[in-house]
Design a protein around this ligand. Structure first.
Ligand code: NAD
Length: 482
């Protein structure tokens, strides 16, 4: 298991020898002690990335594609080992961890293939003596900072397009889950990513601002690609202004999921199950507010409660587990706070509504899959991401009212709705102020599609050709005197 920094192809302890603990959220046991990087490590990583840039950028796109394809093959070879690592440090059921590795690898494959299509343009000339061309060039050294909820996917879908575009990378994985990221970097090295092209510095919560701060201040780092919370995203936007870096910010969400009166109700329940309970509700696109039309409310809630009540809660190692532990004690406390606040303001608990402690789920971080009815906009869970397995159901009467409610948030990542009225589908899809819209579908992310938000959910896209664009500059060449 890799536990050290990787700088310029050398795996090493932090300069000052500090380490931090990575714990299994299922039982709080120690998984590993990991190098706790600081400013000196971050600076060396940026030096290595800057040095490696010219040669990597000068390789042909096809050569970089072949390295990425090799990386993809190695990740596939090691899927079981990597999935087990995700489950140990992050807690999600093993089947989901395998799915995450397959999903990560689909991004690596996509960008390996997309990198060779970074086309420029020849512009019709305004004068016979001139030729006008546009070429796409790597932006340079990229700093990547990722969250804990998808320890492989979040970092793969940043590193793969960066490398495909010809950029070099310095990365800082989430403090809760650095081990999967380190394992992926090791495989990239085995695949032939040259020393210095991909550097990684894990750091504890305390030391993270020091590491990222070093990159923010470094004029050689030309781009930051960040996934995480909106407050940290805003901080990075402010702090990177001094060197005017290009930014991609994939931030928090507050997704609405709307069930109209003309929806296919069983399909809507299944769509919600898929969207809500992946990773125990700890996803940025997880429906946080579920709006159900008055006329179908009870039917929908009955079916939903039956499905949610049957979900099995337990550790990743339990083959039947569908909901694992939450990432840490703070996460469970937030869920408890949201449910208590909702109940105090009149919500009714239909299923769940409490922590789970059983023979199987024998740890501090388990929370029961929960359905609440009678949710209102005054409740904390209406305005903040709960990031857990809680479905608050709001009632609504008209399309206009529900679209207004759905959009009444500073966030704009994902939105979902179920309807069989083709005119309503076009109306509501265009009215929702989000970067992603699921229409009669709960599982919407795909490597070929652009993922990202509007409003305070950030800017920039991951996946698709737009995801590659984030790592490319547009350079205009004008040749005259012909
Ligand atoms: P977080 O913002 O606390 O942490 C994300 C990363 O930022 C971590 O690597 C962390 O170490 C780092 N970080 C924390 N403080 C920092 C600072 N002062 N300076 C520099 N870096 C710092 O978020 P989290 O709790 O790890 O993740 C959950 C959040 O991420 C949720 O809000 C969720 O919606 C969001 N998220 C968004 C997407 C998306 O694609 N939009 C995907 C997954 C998660």
């Amino acid at each position: 298991m890799e536990t050290q920094n990787c700088i310029g192809g050398r795996w090493q302890a932090a300069r000052d020898g500090r380490e931090f603990d990575v714990r299994n959220p299922a039982d709080d046991s120690l998984v590993a002690r990991v190098a706790d990087g600081g400013a000196a490590d971050a600076r060396l990583a940026a030096d290595a990335a800057a040095q490696a840039l010219p040669a990597w950028k000068a390789r042909t796109a096809r050569e970089r594609c072949l390295v990425l394809k090799k990386w993809q093959a190695l990740v596939e070879r090691d899927v079981e080992r990597l999935a087990a690592l995700i489950s140990r440090e992050q807690g999600k059921p093993l089947a989901e961890s395998r799915g995450e590795i397959a999903y990560s690898n689909a991004y690596i494959e996509w960008f390996a293939e997309e990198g060779v299509r970074a086309y420029g343009e020849v512009i019709p000339t305004p004068a016979a003596s001139k030729r006008l061309m546009v070429v796409r060039e790597a932006v340079g050294v990229v700093a990547v900072v990722t969250p804990w909820n998808f320890p492989a996917a979040m970092i793969a879908r940043k590193i793969a397009p960066a490398l495909a575009a010809g950029c070099t990378v310095v990365a800082k994985p989430a403090e809760d889950t650095p081990l999967t990221a380190l394992a992926l970097v090791k495989l990239a090295e085995e695949a032939g990513v040259p020393p210095g092209v991909l550097n990684i510095i894990p750091a504890s919560r305390e030391r993270t601002p020091e590491v990222v701060g070093e990159w923010l201040a470094d004029g050689r780092v030309r781009k930051i690609s960040f996934t995480g919370s909106t407050p940290v995203g805003k901080l990075l936007a402010r702090e990177s202004a001094a060197t005017l870096k290009k930014l991609s910010l994939e931030l928090g969400g507050n997704a609405a999921f709307i069930v109209f009166e003309d929806a296919d109700i069983p399909a809507a329940v299944e769509g919600l199950m898929a969207a809500k309970f992946r990773n125990g509700g700890q996803t940025c696109v997880s429906p946080n507010r579920v709006y159900v039309h008055d006329s179908v409310h009870d039917r929908f809630v009955d079916k939903l409660a039956a499905r949610v009540g049957a979900l099995r809660v337990g550790p990743a190692t339990w083959p039947q587990a569908e909901i694992g532990p939450m990432i840490n004690a703070r996460a469970v406390e937030k869920i408890e706070r949201h449910v208590a606040d909702a109940v105090a303001r009149g919500a009714k608990v239909v299923v769940g509504g409490q922590r789970v402690r059983s023979d199987v789920a024998n740890g501090p971080n388990y929370y029961a899959p929960t359905v609440l009815t009678g949710a209102t906009r005054e409740m904390a869970l209406s305005g903040e991401e709960t990031f857990g397995p809680v479905v608050p159901v709001f009632r609504f009467a008209t399309e206009e009212e529900v679209v207004g409610e759905a959009n009444d948030t500073p966030y704009g990542l994902a939105g979902y709705f179920f309807s069989n009225d083709v005119r309503r589908i076009w109306r509501v899809a265009s009215a929702l102020e989000t970067g992603l819209v699921g229409i009669n579908e709960g599982a919407i992310a795909a490597p070929a599609a652009p993922f990202g938000g509007v409003k305070e959910s950030g800017y920039g896209r991951e996946g698709s050709h737009w995801g590659l664009d984030e790592y490319l500059h547009t350079k205009y060449l004008c040749q005259g005197n012909l």
